[in-house]
Design a binder for this molecule. Structure first.
Ligand SMILES: [Zn+2]
Length: 59
């Protein structure tokens, strides 16, 4: 059991929303996956930009 961030009542660890106040406790799994993908894409773009920057700088 974990305390709800909003109403401070005990809520099951696996609960996505609080049964007492209805507050969202966890991010939707699809949302987590989306953010993970976004992070990987962001890192790839950063690596690509860094590679381009380095290769242009060497001239
Ligand atoms: Zn609550």
């Amino acid at each position: 059991m974990v305390p709800c961030k909003v109403c401070k009542k005990e809520v099951a660890k696996s609960a996505i929303t609080c049964p007492h106040c209805g507050a969202k406790l966890k991010m939707h799994p699809a949302g987590k996956f989306f953010i993970g993908c976004l992070g990987i894409i962001g890192i790839t773009i950063c690596a690509l930009l860094f590679y381009l920057y380095v290769s242009y700088d060497v001239k």
